[in-house]
Design a protein around this ligand. Structure first.
Ligand SMILES: [Zn+2]
Length: 76
């Protein structure tokens, strides 16, 4: 059974974590929790704004998560 939520999860990702080992491991766990375990996935970058990305499941043809990369560590 799933939670029933079909909305992609929204994530905030720090620039230095983005596309690193921990980043992919976290996305793997997230995809697994949402029922996309072992499904092929792609990370799609949006053109505008350019710091937004979407993790899509190729098999289910839908977004698993959207993310916003924070280039500025010094928030606030
Ligand atoms: Zn899937």
């Amino acid at each position: 059974m799933t939670s029933g939520s079909e909305e992609p999860e929204h994530l905030l990702v720090a620039q230095d974590v983005f596309a690193g080992e921990r980043f992919w491991a976290a996305l793997d766990r997230l995809a697994g929790r949402r029922g996309h375990d072992e499904h092929p996935r792609i990370l799609v970058g949006l053109v505008d704004p350019t710091n937004r990305y979407e993790l899509r499941c190729v098999q289910c043809e839908r977004p698993i998560a959207t993310m916003e990369v924070r280039r500025d560590a010094e928030a606030g």
